[in-house]
Design a protein around this ligand. Structure first.
Ligand code: ATP
Length: 220
């Protein structure tokens, strides 16, 4: 099986996450995509809602899509959670499968600051998806993409190419996948809610209703 692993704080999950996951699922012929709600991380911001609420919203968002699955693997783990451990556990659980860790250009740029990035790129293939406001050209200095030329990165940005793959480690590949640019971020959604504005069409209605009934993201 080919399993996509889409990690995030999902504070809250929105259509930028869901649509990009669906497009990667199709582009790479995956069998399913797991959405992993982050547990405690060293980078948590003060406006992060409780993991239980964020996970509930992910469950509601993926409901109805047979190849999407919400996972609580990180929030069940005690203490801080690191992606490298999560991917390691998933590798043990799905021994016969190939893992594809999906993240946006913004998150990939931060990879050198993560715990054991060199180990991570030997445990899973890495899928770098496009995101409005970020250019593939910005990855030209990435220590992890030495085999990808500036020309290829520019062609992806211009839309001349829609995907490209290259080795990222001895055993795994990097997939650069252009997805429909939806300029949606969880921080903007939180800002709209805190300013009393509406968030319709930025995320599924079921998630919107959950936010309203639990009074999430309202400034207290
Ligand atoms: P925040 O605004 O709070 O930082 P976010 O919208 O970036 O949140 P996260 O849960 O932090 O959402 O992101 C999880 C992953 O989803 C990251 O790899 C990020 O790059 C990717 N992602 C988020 N929004 C989009 C989007 N609109 N298009 C493509 N990828 C996205």
């Amino acid at each position: 099986m080919k399993i996509g692993v889409y990690g995030g704080t999902f504070n809250p999950i929105h259509y930028g996450h869901l649509r990009s996951a669906e497009e990667v699922f199709e582009m790479l012929s995956l069998d399913k995509v797991l959405f992993i709600t982050s547990g405690k991380t060293p980078f948590d911001k003060p406006d992060l809602e409780k993991a239980e609420h964020r996970y509930e919203m992910v469950k509601k968002a993926v409901n109805g899509n047979r190849h999407f699955e919400a996972s609580d693997i990180e929030i069940k783990r005690r203490g801080r959670s690191y992606t490298v451990e999560t991917i390691g556990s998933l590798g043990d659980k799905y021994r016969e499968s190939e893992l594809f860790f999906i993240l946006g250009i913004d998150a990939f740029l931060d990879l050198p600051n993560w715990n054991q990035p060199d180990k991570l790129i030997n445990l899973a293939n890495i899928v770098i998806i496009s995101r409005p406001g970020y250019m593939y050209a910005g990855l030209s200095l990435s220590p992890y993409l030495k085999n990808v030329s500036e020309k290829i990165l520019r062609e992806l940005d211009k839309g001349i190419k829609s995907n490209f793959s290259s080795d990222i480690s001895k055993t795994r590949k990097a997939f650069l996948c252009k997805v429909t640019g939806l300029n949606i971020s969880a921080s903007h959604i939180r800002h709209l809610i805190a300013s009393g504005k509406n968030i319709k069409y930025l995320l599924p209605d079921s998630v919107k209703s959950y936010i309203i009934s639990n009074k999430l993201f309202v400034r207290r």
